[in-house]
Design a binder for this molecule. Sequence first.
Ligand code: B16
Ligand code: MG
Length: 233
Amino acid sequence: MAGPQTQPARDRALRGVIFDLDGVLVTTDEFHFRAWKELADELGLAFDREVNHTLRGVSRQQSLRNIYAHNRRALPPDEAFAAQCDRKNARYVELVGGMTPADVLAGSIRLLEALRAAGIRCAVASASKNTPLVLERTGLRKYFDAVADGNDTTRSKPDPEVFLAAAARLGLTPAQCLGVEDAAVGIEAIHNAGMPAAGIGEQARAAERVFASVGELTLGALNEIFASWAKRS
Ligand code: B16
Ligand code: MG
């Protein structure tokens, strides 16, 4: 019979990996930048790559609010604000329309296939309402068991909502998953969901481990991050 100190065996194996999309698997972060830059130029608002970092993982409306705040300009009336968001989105959709499977970042497919072969489920967790379009244009949809995106959620990263929704759709608990993100607020969202994080790029420096690109990620590295996090928690 189990003694008082014996705990039920805990599942400490990595079962699910939840990927952010923009800036991790595809370079749509560059399209977001171009579309915002064109709108900002039209409106006479200053906007550069530094400001763009504050928009990573942030909803469309919050992104425009951030741009106005950076310029210390009052927001326009609701109708004009909505029209500006729509204009940015129309340009973004136009840019995404030109994407093909060749736009998937190097190493992504190799990693997704390795995870699948190891029986690890994969999901997307993106703030973007255009996630279905990006997955369709790039042929990425078939590599994922589940998708959660800006169409399913009401709270932006760093709220954990989108990562929790993705884990639930995988049929897993957050404690069985690891998240991959390029945005500072995205890493916060992963941690708020109770998962360890693999970060991509310097904005993701709060992650358990940071990689220059998705091409550097391996099944072994993800298992290691998860194992040392599970040991501590
Ligand atoms: P949309 P992620 C985020 O996607 C982008 O990083 C962010 O720049 C964008 O504003 C947001 O999606 C909303 O996108 O306007 O297409 O709904 O990084 O969470 O995959
Ligand atoms: Mg991102």
